[in-house]
Structures are given as structure tokens and as C-alpha cells.
Design a protein. Structure first.
Length: 170
């Protein structure tokens, strides 16, 4: 019996379950769409909703009633919480800069589950978890490409050294 048990076990140990959900959340934020079994997606959805709501707490509209010191403390606390949970600076930056602004007006319901046909091998219900206002695949690729170009160091041209010629005289 699972009386008063709020955690979906997913037939995994606690550490495995935590890391699996964390990886699913990171993948969803990075790619804005993931495919898995519906049971896993339902668990991951609740975590994603909480993470996006925490990122929205850093927006200026939510911090308007606080003085400067409290604002800085709140922003730092929320950022550290997100980093400790997700562990990836790129994902935290995307959450704080892009997703929190994209969902600023939305009260909740940042994700949707689209059900697919059952998996043939074991008849598991499959589905897609995606963000509601997600970017297209082309936009995401262009964004990644622009980040790579910006991070790429400019190569300074060095004069090429002339190779020494081998003498073939005997």
C-alpha cells in the first residue's frame, strides 16, 4: 500500500530517480522537447514547473516591493537554488534570461504532454513533454551557432615558418 506516499517510485532507487529526473529537466530546458514514457514525463513535468516558477521570482516585477539589499539576496538565493538543483550554468542562464521572460505573464502550465502510440516492445505509454511557447528546432540551432561564434576566440594570423629543406647531396 502506498498510503501518504507522494513520491512516484518509477521502480528506481532514490538516487537513480533523482538523477534521472534532473537529466530530463535539463534536457527539456535545453531542447524544449523530450520524448519518454508518460509516467516519467508526469513526474518530470512537476519538477520543470517548479524550476520555471523559481526562475520567474528573479524578474523585476516580482521584486518591486523590496529594497536593493533584499532584491540582491533574493536573486542570489534563487540563482544558487537553481544551480544546486540543475548543476549546469548554461541551463540556469537560459532559465533566468530566456524562459522566465517568456513565461512572465503565464501563471502556470508551462508544459504539455502529447501522448504517442504505445511502445511496441513492452506496450508502455509513450509521450512528448514540451514547453508551451517553445522555439522551433531551426531557432534553437541558430541560437547555439551564434553562441559558439561569440565564444570562439579570434585567431591571430602568425607568419608561417618555412620548413627546412633537406639536402640530398651524398
Amino acid at each position: 500500500m502506498n498510503k501518504r506516499n507522494k513520491v512516484k517510485q518509477l521502480n528506481r532507487s532514490a538516487d537513480h530517480r533523482k538523477s534521472m529526473i534532473q537529466n530530463m529537466v535539463i534536457s527539456l530546458i535545453r531542447h524544449e522537447r523530450i520524448e519518454s514514457s508518460v509516467a516519467k514525463l508526469k513526474v518530470a513535468r512537476s519538477f520543470v514547473e517548479k524550476v520555471i516558477t523559481r526562475a520567474k521570482k528573479n524578474l523585476d516585477s516580482n521584486l518591486s516591493g523590496l529594497d536593493d539589499k533584499k532584491k540582491q539576496e533574493t536573486i542570489l538565493h534563487n540563482t544558487k537554488f537553481l544551480y544546486s538543483y540543475l548543476g549546469d550554468q548554461e541551463i540556469v542562464n537560459k532559465l533566468l534570461s530566456d524562459l522566465s521572460r517568456r513565461y512572465a505573464e503565464r501563471v502556470g502550465g508551462y508544459t504539455r504532454i502529447i501522448r504517442l502510440v504505445n511502445r511496441q516492445s513492452d506496450n508502455t505509454e509513450m509521450g512528448i513533454l514540451e514547453l508551451v511557447d517553445r522555439k522551433t528546432q531551426d531557432e534553437l540551432k541558430a541560437e547555439v551557432k551564434s553562441k559558439r561564434e561569440a565564444a570562439k576566440p579570434k585567431k591571430e594570423e602568425k607568419p608561417k615558418k618555412a620548413k627546412k629543406e633537406k639536402s640530398t647531396t651524398k
